[in-house]
Design a protein around this ligand. Structure first.
Ligand code: 9WN
Length: 451
């Protein structure tokens, strides 16, 4: 076996905690929602039952209203902020303290993960009965999760909204700067808290204390209403995020396929996917920016900040050739860079590329701070999937090759500065989704991503 793949498997095994996988040993010692979907996508190739168990563990913590919480806490306490005591999810949902969770969600990539897990079953020699059991168990829960989003989060529908930057998965993106700055609150509105993250990662690369005050304020505000606000239109932070909505479209289409595999009719899910896809096209495209922009639903205006999340409608498949061409042009000109040490040229030349989260020449670019410039493997994996579904296999291969080059040069870091080949984020450098998605790329496209 290729040594990098063997190492990736050992990262995942090391972070496995009897039922679920921690994103990172010290910085994130619990289960996270979208991390688990990516972990399952890697484990499906060699630990199929564990991939299903990962999703089962997450969906066992699903709320009665369908919300899939962004964190499911393990038994360990006091090692992450915000802790279960801060969220008080058990109190507000009345579900009791057996499953301790956060009260917000993350991008809905889970049906996409389950579809890939099911796809891998026959190659893995898994019995049809195991496949049927996984479908019977998880498909109704996935449907309830998506229904929650359409019912509770499509406040100005059909686009669904996030109510906290953490729900985007791209927590510290410059996209949130203006909506967070617009929040109006006093010192008494921010509950007392103690950060823990800066003990496990370079404080200069993490969000600022001022950001954390705003994050805590938003949690307290949602918590006061049991995370089910009576008047969602009055919430202080409401964003229609491009990545979140694009992931939902892709996930609805994957759920439709899963329903058909389980003997049902997926037409309604496909219809829901098409409604959101149409809204993305009509409401979020920005011709001048050359990509899609998030929409601040409080201000009633687009947020004019270009991030790699704005390329994610590639996941919809190419319905509009001109827009797909524009997205690829934007990707290669403004977000793609060669990985240091590979001898490759700029993004427009042939060879592997890493995808930055913010263009280098943007005013808010920061080479090392969370989500404000550096490359993340999950974003590159999603973009490569999207490029493939638009028939752009060559560009997809270059992005996958970039994943291989980043991990080869800097290890299984949480995220990377590709221009210096630097590992960034959690100090232990054993980040689960970087390992899982490298495995997926190697299994599907060959070690070294198609060399
Ligand atoms: C808050 C676990 C998570 C990822 C997010 C990433 C980071 C948490 C944090 O870590 O967020 O959810 O404490 O910064 O931004 O995408 O799911 O890996």
């Amino acid at each position: 076996m290729n040594p990098l793949v063997a190492e990736a498997r050992s990262v995942l095994d090391g972070n496995w905690t009897d039922g679920a996988t921690k994103p990172a040993p010290a910085l994130y010692p619990h289960q996270w929602s979208w991390d688990s979907a990516f972990v399952a996508i890697g484990n499906r190739h060699h630990r199929w039952e564990r991939a299903v168990a990962e999703l089962r563990s997450l969906f066992d913590a699903q709320w009665p209203n369908g919300l899939v919480p962004h964190i499911v806490f393990s038994d360990v306490d006091g090692d992450y902020f915000p802790s279960p005591a801060f969220w008080q999810a058990d109190v507000v949902t009345g579900t009791g303290a057996t499953v301790r969770t956060s009260g917000i969600c993350q991008p809905p990539v889970h049906a996409t993960a389950l579809r890939l897990v099911i796809d891998a079953a026959s190659a893995g020699g898994i019995d049809r009965s195991r496949v049927d059991a996984a479908l019977a168990e998880l498909v109704p829960r996935l449907a309830a999760w998506h229904d929650y989003l359409h019912r509770d989060r499509a406040v100005a529908g059909p686009l669904v909204e996030i109510w906290h930057p953490w729900e985007s998965g791209m927590d510290n993106s410059p996209v949130w700067d203006a909506p967070l700055a617009a929040l109006r609150f006093g010192p008494d509105d921010v509950p007392d808290f103690q950060r823990v993250d800066t003990e496990h990662a370079n404080a200069a690369d993490r969000p600022t204390d001022d950001d954390y005050d705003r994050y805590a304020y938003l949690v307290a505000n949602l918590r006061a209403e049991g995370y089910r606000p009576a008047n969602p239109a009055g919430l202080p932070f409401r964003v229609a995020d491009v990545l979140f909505n694009s992931a939902l479209v892709r996930a609805e289409r994957d759920l439709a396929v899963l329903i058909e595999l389980a003997g049902g009719n997926g037409a309604e899910r496909s219809r829901l996917a098409d409604r959101v896809a149409d809204a993305i096209e009509t409401q979020l495209w920005d011709e001048e920016a050359g990509l899609y922009l998030d929409r601040d639903q409080v201000a009633g205006a687009p947020i004019p900040v270009r991030i790699s999340g704005g390329l994610m409608p590639l996941l919809l498949g190419s319905t509009n050739r001109a827009r797909t061409a524009a997205l690829i042009d934007t990707l290669l000109s403004d977000f793609a860079v060669p990985v240091a040490g590979t001898g490759a040229g700029p993004g427009r030349e042939a060879g592997g590329v890493a995808v930055l989260t913010v263009p280098v020449d943007a005013p808010d670019f920061d080479a090392t701070r969370y989500w404000r410039g550096p490359s993340w493997i999950n974003m590159m994996w999603l973009l490569a999937e999207g490029l493939d579904s638009c028939g752009e296999a060559e560009v997809a291969a270059r992005v996958r090759r970039g994943v291989w080059e980043l991990v080869s040069s800097a290890g299984f870091a949480e995220y990377f500065d590709p221009r210096r080949g630097l590992a960034l984020g959690g100090a232990d450098g054993r980040f689960s989704w970087s390992a899982a998605l490298l495995i997926d790329i190697a299994e599907r496209f060959g070690a070294s991503a198609g060399d």
